[in-house]
Design a protein around this ligand. Sequence first.
Ligand code: ISC
Length: 415
Amino acid sequence: MTPTSEFHISQQTEKLERLWQIAFSEGFPLALWQLPQSTEKQLIIDLSGSTLRTKTDLEELPSGFVMSPFQGESLFLRGDLYYRFDSNNQEIEDELQGNSLQASIFEKKYIDYSKPLSAIKASKANKSQTRKSTISKSEQGFESIYSESIFSKMVSEAIEVIEGGALQKVVLSRTKTHTLPESFEVIEAFQKLCRAYPNAFISLVYLPEFEAIWLGATPETLVSVDAQGMFKTMSLAGTQSAIAENGTMLSPNDIRWSGKEIEEQAFVSRYIIECFKKIRLREYFERGPKTVQAGNLMHLRTDYKVDTKAVNFPQLGTVMLELLHPTSAVCGMPKPLALEVIAQQELHQREFYSGFLGPVNIQQESHLFVNLRTVKIEGSHATFFAGCGITGDSNPSKEWFETEMKCQTLMNVIL
Ligand SMILES: C=C(O[C@H]1C=CC=C(C(=O)O)[C@@H]1O)C(=O)O
C-alpha cells in the first residue's frame, strides 16, 4: 500500500466523526442512523440554516429526515448532504451519493485533515462546556422529578380512571437524568448501540435550535414504505425482561405472557385495525402476535403489511401516519381521554420521546419509527425517557420496574 492510499483510508474511517463534529460545531442540523438489520450507517446534514416545520407528507417531501415530537409539528431536516458508511466506517461512494459537488465544496471549506481529530473533539468539548452552564444545577450521578412513590401514585390514579369505565388503556411515562461520564463521546455511543442492538433503529440527531442531541435504539416501526411500495407497521406492547434471574439470556420461547400483557398489546392491534377500517382498507396481511426480543427486553408484536401497488394506494404511508400517531403503544384508548390523563399526570414534557423519527424519501424509501428507548443529551446531562401501558390489571410497582428496565436499554450501553 502506498503512503497516499494509507492516508486516504485513515481519512475515510475518520470522515464520519469529522463530519459529525464539524456540522455540530457549525450548528447545522444533522441525523445519523442505522436501519434495523443493516450495518450501513447513513448521515444527512441540513445546510439551510433553519429546520423546516411541516406535515409529514411522504408524497411531497424531498429526501431528508423527519423528527416529530409526541404532539405538535414535525421538524424536517433536509438532506442537503448525504453520506453512507459501511460497518468499518468506510464511506460508500457510488451513484446513490448524488450530491458530490455540494459535498466536496462543504468538505473543502470545513474539513481540515491536517488538524488531528482529537483537536477538533477538544474544541467541541469546550463548546459543550459553555452549554453545560446554561443547564440547571445537578448533583453528580442521577436525578429525577419522579420517585417510585410519585410514579406509583400516577399509575394508581390512572387505574382509577380506567375502573370508572371511560378509559381502557393509557401509557404513562417518566424521565431520569444522569451526568455523563467525562469520557462520553456521542459517535462512540452511537456505534456501541449499533453493535449492541442490530435489530433496532439506531439514531443520533442534532437539533441546534433545541441545543440538544437525541440518541436512541427503538424497536418499533410506525410507518415504513419501501421502494417496491410495500407498507409496514406493527403493534408492539407488553414487556418482560429478556434476562433470567441467573443472568442468562432467555429465548422468546421461554416467555409466558399474562392476560394483562396480552390485552395491552391487543389494544394496539385493535387500534391499527380501526385505522385501516377508517379508510376502508381490507387488503392487509397480519402476522402475530409473537414474542420478539428488543435488547434487554421481550415484547409482543403483530406485523401488518399492505402492498400499496396491488391496492393502488400510493399515499397509504402518509394517510396511515396521520391516523396512527400517536398509537396506543405510547398514548392509549380512547385517544382523546388518554391524552388528557397524560397531560394531567405526567410532570415532564415528552418533547421528542414517543414522537416519531426516520429517513424520508431516501433511495425511494421512508422508514419512520416511534421514538422509544431514547435519551436527550444536553451538554453533560443525559435525560432518559420511558413509559408503560396501564390497564385495569396494572400493578404500580411492576410498572415502575418496567420503566426502569426500559431506561436500562440505553443506560447499560452508554453510561
Ligand atoms: C412506551 C414505551 O414502550 C412501548 C412499546 C413497547 C412496550 C410497551 C409496554 O409494554 O408498555 C409500550 O407500549 C417505552 O419504551 O417507553
